[in-house]
Design a protein around this ligand. Structure first.
Ligand SMILES: Nc1ncnc2c1ncn2[C@@H]1O[C@H](COP(=O)(O)OP(=O)(O)OP(=O)(O)O)[C@@H](O)[C@H]1O
Ligand SMILES: [Mg+2]
Length: 304
């Protein structure tokens, strides 16, 4: 049996150039499974993932992998880590197969095991057909898939992927989500995104961060529960819709034949005929992350 794996980030702070506080006293424990990290631009997701992937040191705080201090002794984690950085780059003159062979050699895989592993991975990310073409001619989504493949080369037990689905078309997105949830059965997978729907269908564990801090952590059901009774839909004329948008966090507006259907967050009914609706993850996200919707003044603090 595999021993229990555990990656712990304890009170981690990251200051850039000694000033910019990208991560602010964040504590996060990860066991086997997929943790989806959600947050707006600049929340500190990439900074956190770089620290978890041992390519940036925290300014203060501790990172433990199975109890070992990762800052002092990073190799135990590095040996079993697959990392896809947000700004992953490739060598444009190499084909996908050549590029993966190159990285396999760098990672110390034998030529023979590399060959079969690369075949398998190319198939997994749906690039078998294109595998001989130079990467310089690949689309953004195809390059992202090469990035996913390289992260999985050495069959890592810890997988850290930063916005892995950026640029993927819907079909590839679904394919990748399924792949990651399979992998997460017996691995630690940490995935960042600012796309709520990417996480909704795969993550049994979600963390929402903003301004360098962890704002929420829980199962989708737990997070949805925090917004029960606070999501409303109402159909109004366009002028009233504009007024509602100025007063409330509005998660959706849809123009219909009979008016504008507005979905918003409020502790009580915003209009006489508003109907309470079950929250979705998008509502939770907008409720938690200040400034990502309209005004938050009407929204009570969401209980923890
Ligand atoms: N190398 C760096 N030097 C200085 N500041 C940085 C550096 N990297 C990130 N920052 C700053 O730290 C904060 C967090 O950035 P980070 O890239 O971690 O956020 P993010 O959540 O990944 O955002 P995005 O969704 O845009 O990728 C931002 O204010 C950013 O400008
Ligand atoms: Mg980022």
């Amino acid at each position: 049996m595999q021993p229990q794996m555990m990656l712990e980030l304890i009170d981690v702070t990251k200051l850039y150039r000694g000033r910019k506080r990208a991560i602010d006293g964040l504590t996060l424990e990860l066991g086997a499974g997929l943790l989806g990290l959600l947050g707006p631009n600049g929340a500190g997701k990439s900074s956190l993932l770089r620290i978890a992937a041992t390519v940036t040191r925290p300014t203060s705080g501790k990172i433990l992998f199975n109890g070992t201090d990762v800052v002092a002794r990073p190799n135990e984690l590095r040996q079993t880590l697959g990392y896809l950085p947000q700004d992953f780059g490739v060598y444009p003159h190499l084909s996908a197969r050549e590029f993966l062979s190159y990285l396999a050699a760098v990672k110390g895989l034998s030529a023979r095991s590399a060959r079969s592993r690369i075949d398998e991975l190319l198939e997994l990310v749906n690039l078998t057909e294109a595998a001989k073409r130079p990467l310089g001619g690949y689309s953004g989504g195809m390059l992202r898939r090469v990035g996913i493949a390289q992260a999985l080369l050495a069959d890592p037990r810890v997988i850290v992927v930063d916005e892995p689905t950026a640029g993927l078309d819907p079909e590839e997105r679904v394919r990748f989500r399924n792949l990651l949830s399979d992998l997460a059965a017996d691995r630690i997978v940490l995935l960042s995104t600012h796309i709520v729907s990417d996480i909704e269908s795969v993550a049994s564990d979600i963390a929402i961060m903003a301004q360098g801090r962890l704002r929420r952590r829980g199962t989708p059901e737990e997070l949805l529960g925090t917004m029960n009774g606070q999501v409303w839909e109402t159909v109004v004329d366009p002028a009233e819709a504009a007024r509602l948008q100025a007063r409330y966090v509005v998660s959706r507006t849809i123009r219909t034949a009979v008016g504008v259907r507005v979905r918003l967050l409020s502790s009580g009914p915003p209009t006489a005929d508003a109907i309470g609706v079950p929250p979705d993850l998008e509502d939770v996200y907008l409720g938690v992350v200040p400034g990502s919707g309209a005004h938050t003044s009407e929204l009570p603090a969401v209980p923890r």
